[in-house]
Design a binder for this molecule. Sequence first.
Ligand code: WT7
Length: 655
Amino acid sequence: MPTIESILNESRLFPPTTDFAQQGNISGSAAYQQLCTQAEKNHQEFWAEQAKKYILWHKPFTQTLDDSNQPFFQWFSDGELNVSFNCLDRHLATQPDKTAIIFESDEGETIRSTYRDLHQRVCKLANALKALGIDKGDCVIIYMPMRIEAVVAMQACARIGAIHSVVFGGFSSKSLHERITNAGAKAIITADEQVRGGKRHALKATVDEAISMGGTESVKKVIVYQRSGSDVPFDPARDVWWHDITQNASNDCEPEWVNAEHPLFTLYTSGSTGKPKGVQHSSAGYLLGTMVSMQWVFDYKPSDIFWCTADVGWITGHSYVAYGPLAMGATQIIFEGVPTYPHAGRFWEIVDKHQVTTFYTAPTAIRSLVKLGADLPEKYNLSSLRLLGSVGEPINPEAWMWYYEKVGRSRCPIVDTWWQTETGSHMIAPLPGVVSLKPGSCTRPLPGIAAAIVDENGQDIEPGEGGFLVIKKPFPSQVRTLWNDPERFKKTYFPQEIANGQYYLAGDSAYCDKDGYFWIMGRIDDVLNVSGHRLGTMEIESALVANPLVAEAAVVGKPHDVKGEAVVAFVVLKGDFPQEDSKAGIVSQLREWVAQEIGPIAKPDEIRFGENLPKTRSGKIMRRLLRALAQGEAITQDISTLENPAILDQLRQAN
Ligand code: WT7
């Protein structure tokens, strides 16, 4: 069992405001209870009803859940639909001129796109992709800046039944290469450059570098969107300009009707081994999860101006930028830049400028904004806000209170949403018209989500005790498999040891309090949560060991007041133990190396050198000890199994 103990003792309670209690899409505990009871009584019927209510089906489904080949569950599997049709065409008859996207560029320019306009853009690109030979089932890598075009690219793939795999623009050519080859991508959609926080980053050149690393013969076309207009390398046999191929393409593109289980996308996420996992999502179940959570958790109203600040490179940007808000017909903000450029009030300025009603961001962003300008929200008119959201890691009560008081002016509920790349949509989160909030808790599971805390055998445990967070029943938006790796999928998420592989294992530890509120404590695997993003320690270790100077490396996390967790690397060099005056040089060299290998988010914050690492007699690195060392704690653990105790003093001092 994880030995993480909660030190939180939070007793503040924030009941729904009168406003929410009355006008919430689900208001009052009776309405909520009714949904929960309905789901408990007949899980499948409950989800079938939602699927009929929210999704426009080309061919209705007759079978709700097919669990004959568990854990490879199938939902609505004889139904047919198109996700892009559900996000765009459905609004053409009712609200073609409604603004779908308000785009705010890094420089502060605003571009608006209505549902009609967005539909046309998507159809043009979809037709162009088809003309390039991209078909249903082909995989397309998207490596784009955070602009309307990124969403257009995703929607265009969905329209023709191609499977997209978005790679965050901050990833290096190495990481990109790994994803291109694992996915067997047929095409890559990218841009000349990305512009964020006043800085330019080469995207197209990085794509070329990744392709040149070999094993990328599957890539037939590279589509380049012109963002900055800078000169970029161009291979006329393979590369095409976005503006050229879409210029004369038709505004109409008949959607490709696909099966409910047709993969909508894969998205790579870190696991406890060095190899990222290609999380594969379905079309219908995934879409349904994003829609019901928009309705229940974000309490979506047609008059809302919705803003989820996540990049489309992460699952949050898939579910609550590219799909959920569009399927609901919302007006949403897409912001190209960073929260601190050109000043630390940029988020609040945008909220003020565009009258944002619903604002969804990550605790790490909140903490950095507290640090850089705790009083800045006061300078702006934030009275349009009615709901705030948080995602990515537990939000510490101090940050929660600041967010609540300074940003929400004590008027707006905060929905702290627990979910994962693999769950596709919110799992545990408050319904703002129903659930009283406790700062730091994601509160209670959504109706139809059978979340629970169990011990290592899968037995339920007592309130207040920490255990494994599981979801006991299948749910529509869950991960279907890992791309090209069904065995790893089974082993990771449905391990035999826990209730005979019946439960979805989230990989988090948590406890439930006496009111049934969930409190997330941390990961149970070797995965760090840095600025709300999952990083596998193994991935960073492999990157370090790939450096010619490094013999061995172990990476652990330590608490960090802005990033949540900081990356601490313990490194054994191949040659002699470094001299004092050469340490700094090697440290910066290794940090740069990791940025090149994985991306700047994975750069170790601290590197310590040792002649060896603390190991058990069987050669296993004792990470618990490294974690204690990283945090500067006294070692209280049993070190009798340690092969080389003297090494601890060296690692303790070596920073
Ligand atoms: C992991 C999933 C889901 C989108 C962002 C990250 C942690 C996520 C919360 C929350 C406490 C949270 C968990 C989870 N996490 N949301 N509200 N409270 N922890 O997606 O990269 O798939 O990471 O993020 O540890 O397992 P992801």
